[in-house]
Design a binder for this molecule. Structure first.
Ligand code: HEM
Length: 118
């Protein structure tokens, strides 16, 4: 079960890389106003949701590990806002810099919550 948890954490981090990497690829488009929601963002955000929920299941049921419910709920709410922004705008020809900035900041905020909330 611990190996499964480790694999899920690896995939969880791959999801962060895709989401944040997608945001970074669009930074140069801020100058031309051609910012788009790229597939790496939508797939990364979905990966975060699926692996995050699976981790909760494995930690709770499989490993009997106590999780901080407030921390997990905070991460879930922040990710749901990210999901609304990326899925809601995925077909748009361009999005505003504010949408891109909000997705990036919320992703970094969730990394801070994951690492600093003890
Ligand atoms: C953008 C969204 C998210 C980011 C950036 C993120 C980031 C991280 C990071 C860096 C870790 C490894 C450090 C640690 O163990 O605390 C982690 C672990 C974890 N995440 Fe997330 N996360 C996100 C969303 C979620 C969601 C939505 C859930 C659940 C609903 C979740 C559940 C978990 C769990 C349970 C662990 C602990 C794994 C363990 O040590 O057993 N995460 N997350």
């Amino acid at each position: 079960m611990d190996v499964l948890r480790q694999i899920l954490v690896v995939l969880h981090i791959v999801g962060i890389a895709a989401l944040l990497g997608g945001v970074l690829t669009q930074l140069s488009a801020l100058r031309t106003g051609e910012v788009r929601i790229v597939p790496a963002m939508t797939h990364g955000a979905l990966t975060m949701l699926v692996t995050g929920l699976a981790l909760v299941g494995v930690d709770r049921q499989g490993l009997d590990k106590d999780l901080d419910t407030a921390k997990i709920a905070t991460k879930l709410v922040v990710l749901l806002v990210i999901l609304v922004l990326v899925w809601g705008n995925r077909a748009a020809a361009r999005v505003s810099g504010r949408v891109l900035g909000t997705i990036g900041l919320l992703t970094v905020a969730n990394i801070a919550v994951a690492v600093m909330w003890t």
